[in-house]
Design a protein around this ligand. Sequence first.
Ligand SMILES: N[C@@H](CCC(=O)N[C@@H](CS)C(=O)NCC(=O)O)C(=O)O
Length: 285
Amino acid sequence: MVQLVDSDIRTREVLAWKGVHVLHFAGSSCSQKLRVYLNLKGIPWQSHPVDLPKNENMQPWFLGINPRGLVPVLVHDGAVHIESNDIIQYLEAKFPTPRLIPAGYENEVARLLKHEDDLHLDLRTLSFRFVFAPPGPPKPAAALESYIANGTGTVQGLSDHEKQIQIEFWQRAAKEGFTDDRARASALKFRAEFDALDRKLSRQPYLMGNELSVLDVAWLIYEHRLSLAGYPFARLHPHVHAWAEKLRAAPAFAKEIGQLRHGPAGLDAVRRAQAGKTLEMVAGF
Ligand SMILES: N[C@@H](CCC(=O)N[C@@H](CS)C(=O)NCC(=O)O)C(=O)O
């Protein structure tokens, strides 16, 4: 669990928030995962949107809540929790029904969710290259300077290495963009993952067997974003494709996914930025 300690937090007003509050962004994959989870659980929550395209997450107010500058964040009765998968596991313990982590499988699920989170920057690389495709640096220098300068830079009282990883990600993106080599490497990682998930889904309806679990929620969100990026699921992983089509149609999922940052004009810009090179071509799929 990543519950922040008092010394990590500069925006003190959140310490007085009662009930379940979520700071999130509509189009953020990790926020979507948490919102789908909240829908499935039927947990009432108060929404605090954080505009990522406007870099609100790099402003002092938000960094005073999450020193990592990432969404989603949960504030539950004044306690601040970060990291989407930790938030979900925390909520599962607080609101046990309906169960989305099977009893006795808590450690196994924690391990599998950690593995999913390890691929998050790969998802971000493919999202920025093939879905968002910003015309310039994805984070303007001023936003990045604010990110570097603000917040305590600590998580649970310790200097936070994760913030440095984020800084390096955005600095490299500003310098070289999201290159073919990086996009290919990220896509290949997902191909290996989805090959394994496809084998599972050829034998069972959900990733943990016969019941829906948080793993289905987490991987559906990845599948959905990668589909938007042009990843050919139907051709490469037909069982994943069929599972995803079913989940996507369920109201708890449908309500949260499908919001893109851009309308039809933006999509045209994405196509131009891709310069005729689709994910399939770059990855060699
Ligand atoms: N490991 C984190 C990753 C969170 C993350 O990277 N969130 C993204 C949105 S999906 C974000 O806040 N990005 C900041 C930005 O785009 O500036 C989690 O699971 O919560």
